[in-house]
Design a protein around this ligand. Structure first.
Ligand code: DAH
Length: 352
């Protein structure tokens, strides 16, 4: 870069001429590298550069000539600034793409996936529908009768404490269902046996939220009512489910338990194994994991739904979908199912 004409002479016409010459010289420059840029700045823009010294000299111009020289000087300043700006615009690495086309769709086309809870729910439904179970759904806002009383759990029954219930404040006879067993009642009052249904859905309990419990979760309820249904039928059906879901080699065991709506009642464990340290932790050293509750439908429940308990019998079972999903996908904190963290959900994108 040359042209170090920076001093005014006595003749202002030639001063203006020189300023214009510098300007057109600057305009013709093609700054390519950062070194050239720095060189340019120190020559023209910095404190000791051409522009500044011309402005300093400007004080000595007689007042009546200041206007013309000042204009030429300002033009030079603009030309220098333009040169700097155009270098920045061409070389910056953080150019915003938004300035290209404001109507451009910037969302990527990645395909979503099924939520892991839906994957598990669908798999369970598929297994039971292959042996004749149909879907039957009920409301999440229930009344006391369907959620408790008809299920052989009258008011003041201690079993009500097992399920800390959310009541609707403006209408205490309404509540958020605490289990999907309420759908049994709805279905049995509206349909005649034989009945073979599966009822998936969301349930609510007033539980402190932790890695093992949440105030909302999902269950699947099963119900089979017909003539001569026995406990052996229940056991065989649950073994079929366990083998289909957890693998052909699966074993189950039934432990006596208590639910107001079934008699006898049992809890179902699946054999998980005791090979690793985490198997010990998950199964509390037993090798067995509880997966659901079940039993023979209590005759009182059949009576409450106007089903002849002399003629018909049946079994019911209920399982938590989160619990099964945590086992299947080795998830150790229930809360991740509701956080919608894309990094968690993306891990299931290859599954249908
Ligand atoms: N409703 C029970 C619960 O939420 C689960 C259950 C247990 C359902 C036994 C049943 C059953 O149908 O027979 O804990």
């Amino acid at each position: 870069m040359c042209c170090d004409q920076s001093k005014y002479t006595q003749n202002n016409t030639s001063v203006i001429k020189k300023i214009n010459e510098i300007a057109s010289f600057v305009e013709g420059l093609n700054l390519k590298t950062h070194e050239e840029l720095e060189d340019f700045k120190s020559k023209y823009k910095n404190k000791s550069g051409v522009l500044n010294s011309l402005f300093n000299e400007f004080k000595n111009i007689p007042n009546n000539e200041k206007k013309e020289v000042g204009k030429a000087l300002n033009d030079l300043k603009n030309t220098i600034n333009k040169k700097l700006n155009s270098f920045e615009a061409n070389n910056t690495t953080t150019q915003e793409t938004i300035s290209d086309d404001l109507t451009k769709n910037t969302l990527s086309n990645s395909i979503g996936s099924c939520h892991p809870l839906s994957l598990v729910e669908n798999q369970i439904i598929k297994i039971f529908s292959s042996i004749g179970f149909n879907l039957s759904e009920g409301p999440e806002i229930e009344d006391d009768w369907h959620n408790f009383t008809a299920l052989n759990t009258p008011e003041d029954h201690p079993a009500r404490d097992m399920q800390d219930t959310f009541f609707v404040q403006t209408n205490p006879s309404k509540l958020l269902r605490s289990h999907t067993s309420s759908v049994q009642i709805r279905h049995m009052t509206e349909n005649n046996p034989p009945i073979r249904i599966l009822s998936p859905g969301r349930v609510y309990r007033n539980e402190a939220i932790s890695s093992r419990a949440h105030c909302l979760f999902h269950q699947i309820e099963g119900l089979y009512i017909d003539k001569n249904v026995s406990f052996a039928d229940l056991k065989k059906t649950l073994l079929f489910f366990a083998k289909s879901f957890f693998g052909e080699k699966s074993k189950i065991r039934l432990r006596p338990s208590y639910f107001p709506f079934t008699e006898p009642s049992a809890e179902v464990d699946v054999y998980w194994g005791l090979k690793t340290e985490s198997d010990y932790r998950i199964t509390k050293g037993t090798g067995w994991l509880e997966i659901m509750g079940c039993g023979m439908v209590d005759p009182n429940v059949l009576k409450n739904c106007n089903i002849d308990q002399e003629k018909y019998s049946g079994y019911a079972f209920g399982m938590g979908i989160e619990r099964i999903a945590m086992l299947k996908y080795k998830v150790d904190d229930i809360r991740v199912f509701y956080e919608n963290d894309i990094r968690f959900l993306n891990q299931f994108s290859s599954q249908l």
